[in-house]
Design a binder for this molecule. Structure first.
Ligand SMILES: Nc1ncnc2c1ncn2[C@@H]1O[C@H](COP(=O)(O)OP(=O)(O)OP(=O)(O)O)[C@@H](O)[C@H]1O
Ligand code: SF4
Ligand SMILES: [Mg+2]
Length: 348
């Protein structure tokens, strides 16, 4: 999207969010670090259950029991959100950090008109009177591409299409010009054409307002179109963190490589797509060493017995995989495949 300014807006450090249930402890988010700079778009990518939504709900502090953030810091404009009271968080949500979700019907109130719901944001956060708030709501609905906004604003959510409802959600999220927008699978429920219209709208609004975006998606195609940098999540941890272009050209982690191979391309038959074998491990019972080891074709003994750390490259990119460590050459192969490590030269 827009160029990256080097001012840090959000720094997530060592974030741990666990669920304490009768079955045990589910380590949904288990030590995640990333930075969002002003004006940039960071993609959070990974298969279902890897912790994308729990990371964003932790930032917003909207976790429901039995979920709890048990470790780390969430520095927003240099202040730790984990130390804020609920009252302080309420003022931050919507005004400084906004969030949009996959299914707008769960966030929109079915019994109020969409105009009233957008106007309510202005009334709450900007103390505007009823008339003024309504006028601003109609104007904003026009900005997000709702046709005939004067009429549409008098309609209830169910009278609008999925794409139009998502535009209303974007209008509500943008009303107070937040510094950060967290969009959790904002286009997954929409068809491809509407999907790209919504992404274009987000880009346009970002350029106009200079905000930062965290875009959560399982779709690497969406990332390619929209993000400056990408954090690939697996089983509650970041396994690769890099510039979007670089991830597409030289994916380093075997999991990222697998995700890319399962991405449909124009000249590829749907049947030829290679899904990653196996499934994501249970967050109640994570593998001892590398969490991807049970599914990895490059696996060696060290992978199953010892946890790989995140290694940082010359360019500040990161990968969590033994293959890029000095130890790798000296370890015995336990897998049958004879594959040489990829992209080692790019690493420090
Ligand atoms: N109420 C809960 N109790 C126990 N564990 C939970 C609960 N809610 C979520 N989790 C665990 O948290 C993990 C991460 O979930 P999260 O919703 O963040 O995944 P996600 O990456 O957003 O997946 P998706 O792509 O399906 O939205 C899951 O593996 C799930 O088991
Ligand atoms: S550490 Fe080993 S098992 Fe894990 S991704 Fe790297 S090569 Fe595969
Ligand atoms: Mg999710």
């Amino acid at each position: 999207m827009s160029s990256i300014h080097q001012e840090k807006l959000l720094e997530v450090q060592g974030l741990q969010t666990y669920f304490f249930t009768d079955e045990g402890t589910s380590k949904a988010v288990d030590g995640i670090d990333f930075t969002v700079y002003r004006g940039e778009t960071l993609g959070l990518v990974g298969e279902s259950g890897c912790g994308k939504s729990m990371t964003s709900l932790s930032i917003m502090q909207l976790l429901n029991r039995p979920g709890k953030t048990v470790g780390g810091r969430i520095l927003f404009k240099n202040e730790d959100l984990l130390t804020k009271s609920e009252e302080q968080m309420r003022r931050i949500r919507g005004k400084e950090i906004s969030m949009i979700f996959q299914e707008p019907m769960t966030s929109l109130n079915p019994v109020y008109t969409v105009g009233e719901q957008v106007a309510e944001v202005f009334r709450l956060h900007e103390n505007l009177g009823r008339k003024e708030a309504w006028a601003k709501a109609v104007e904003l609905l026009r900005v997000v591409g709702i046709p005939s906004p004067e009429e549409r604003s008098r309609q209830e959510p169910f009278q609008l299409s999925g794409g139009m409802r998502q535009r209303v959600m974007i209008a509500m999220a943008m009303a107070c010009q937040p510094d950060l927008l967290i969009a959790d699978e904002p286009t997954t429920a929409l068809d491809v054409t509407v999907q790209s219209q919504i992404l274009d709208l987000m880009k346009e609004l970002q350029q106009r307002m200079g905000m930062s975006i965290i875009l959560i998606t399982h779709d690497l195609g969406v990332v390619a179109e929209t993000c400056d940098r990408v954090a690939v999540l697996y089983a509650g941890q970041i396994v690769e963190y890099a510039y979007a272009d670089s991830i597409f050209e030289h994916p380093k982690h075997p999991y990222t490589q697998g995700l890319l191979q399962s991405l449909p391309s124009i000249d590829q038959d749907q049947d030829e797509l290679q899904a990653i074998p196996g499934t994501v491990p249970s967050p109640y019972d994570l593998p001892t060493g590398c969490r991807f080891a049970p599914r990895c074709a490059y696996r060696k003994e060290i992978c199953s017995s010892q946890k790989p750390e995140l290694l940082t490259t010359d360019h500040g990119e990161q990968v969590r995989c033994w293959m890029y460590s000095a130890e790798w050459q000296n370890t015995d192969a336990t897998c049958k495949h004879n594959i040489s490590p990829l992209g080692r030269s790019a690493l420090a």
